[in-house]
Design a protein around this ligand. Structure first.
Ligand code: PGU
Length: 448
């Protein structure tokens, strides 16, 4: 919403009447009308002086979601939204997975009720979500020592666990630099000090593995470290499996608490079943990890807010105690999670054929993104760009961390009506065969 529209929405009815009255032509504004205007002006001033919201300053728009709002208010025909990480088909339209459509019909036909969920959500959804991430043969899962709850997607799970950490004495959390922009306010609002460790080398557009290891070695013992399971947002650069092994051993040495954020399972390799290798390796190494999963991207269930939070414990009994604490934080926050999205995921993951269909449909989304990476890079080269764009195809997942500066991004937005985040992150999910040339020409124009 623009600031102007927001102001109109928040405007009191009497000030709207006032605007209408003062907007009348002077000749038509008889003395009676003028008196009304005077009285309205007086009452609105009084109301403003008394308003309990008078000291509410205008907050800046959200750096990611705010872009969608600005895009929606732009009437330039070729405008492009490559801000938010939300998949679009090749016509630029939101995409509902066919398997999701199919199970939605089944759910409707079942005429289910709308009773409350339990505080921890739907238990069969949680079990299936955990199997999907940890793998069916995961020992702690088979031993029943992973505590799991349904959450308000990834964001909700991160916030709940941030609060739980804080209430059990954690004062800080270490996230990669850079990371998803919302990690900072989520953890800050949960009462944690947010610190960063090196992750990316801008000079060569690659993972800064040495810097990462050196910084992790400097994290004080016992602190919580946030790791992206795969398809790191925003850089699109993941450690290789041998590098994950080294990270795991340093994390163990420092007795850190690994907290995994899994928002893109399926968008890294294209196979959702193998994208959780980093998490599985940590669990095999004996770490007592925590994990947040989101089904926004891989199942395209963004607005359904469906995700899970789980914590590996030492024993079944410990898992029960952890579960009870997760519930203690959820109950006063939103009481219990919504049902529909969880029903969709539950129906898909409980059926082998539907799971196969989902994996294939997710893979086709990842495939379209990869083909757009190649086309964008090629078109930039064909246009004669002198910059090296090879990182666009080296990176994986939903984003291209383009290397464009804040200034270049601003020109991209103001001159070419292309909306990406100020750090130069381009959501490749919004690039299509119809707009890729326009995007490449605009990038070339701002980066010449
Ligand atoms: N974790 C990471 C790493 C993410 O990128 C996102 C979403 C989430 C968690 C949370 O997603 P949920 O929808 O709550 O499951 N990041 C996207 C979506 C837009 C946003 O900022 O919320 C993005 O564009 O970065």
């Amino acid at each position: 919403m623009t600031i102007r529209r927001a102001a109109v929405r928040l405007m009191a009815p009497e000030s709207i009447a006032l605007k209408t009255a003062v907007g009348l032509k002077r000749s038509r504004c008889q003395p009676a009308c003028q008196a009304i205007t005077r009285s309205l002006r007086h009452s609105s001033t009084t109301a403003a002086a008394q308003s309990p919201w008078a000291n509410f300053t205008q907050a800046p728009p959200d750096p990611i979601i705010g872009l969608t709002e600005a895009y929606q208010n732009d009437d330039f025909p070729q405008k492009v939204n490559v801000g938010v990480g939300a998949y679009r088909d090749d016509s630029g339209m939101p995409f509902v997975l066919p398997v999701v459509r199919q199970v939605e019909k089944e759910i409707t036909a079942e005429e289910l009720d709308h009773e409350y969920s339990g505080i921890a959500g739907c238990p069969s959804f949680v079990d299936l979500a955990m199997k999907f991430a940890y793998g069916e043969d995961c020992v702690p899962l088979l031993e029943g020592r992973i505590a799991g709850v349904q959450t308000l997607s990834g964001t909700g799970g991160l916030r709940v666990f941030g609060e739980v950490l804080n209430s059990f004495g954690h004062t800080e959390i270490h996230i990669p630099n850079p990371s998803w922009g919302n990690h900072v306010p989520i953890f800050r609002n949960a009462g944690l000090d947010v610190k960063t460790y090196s992750y990316y080398n801008k000079e060569n557009s690659s993972l800064d593995f040495e810097g990462m290891i050196a910084d992790i070695k400097n994290i004080p013992e016992g602190k919580c470290i946030l790791l992206h399971v795969c398809a790191h947002n925003p850089t699109g650069m993941d450690p290789q499996i041998d590098q994950w092994k080294e990270i795991s051993s340093v994390v163990k040495e420092k007795k850190l608490l690994p907290f995994f954020d899994c928002a893109y399972q399926g968008f890294a390799s294209g196979d959702a079943r193998i994208d959780a290798a980093s998490l599985r390796l940590f669990v095999e190494d004996g770490h007592k990890v925590a994990l947040v999963q989101s089904f926004s991207k891989n199942m395209g269930l963004y607005g359904q807010r469906v995700g899970a939070l789980s914590v590996v414990a030492d024993s079944q009994e410990e898992a029960q105690r952890v579960l009870s604490q997760l519930k203690v934080h959820i109950r006063p926050s939103y009481s219990n999670p919504p049902r529909h999205g969880a029903r969709i995921v539950q129906k898909i993951l409980s059926d082998e054929q539907k799971t196969d269909a989902f994996v294939e449909q997710c893979s086709s989304m990842a495939g379209r993104i990869n083909s757009m990476r190649a086309t964008l890079k090629q078109t930039l080269e064909d246009l004669g760009s002198s910059r090296d764009w090879s990182h666009i195809t080296k990176q994986i997942g939903m984003f291209a961390y383009s290397g464009l500066t804040k200034e270049e991004v601003t020109v991209l937005r103001e001159k070419h009506h292309i909306y990406c985040t100020l750090d130069g992150r381009i959501s490749m999910a919004g690039v299509t065969s119809k707009n890729v040339k326009y995007i490449a020409e605009a990038i070339h124009d701002v980066s010449k």
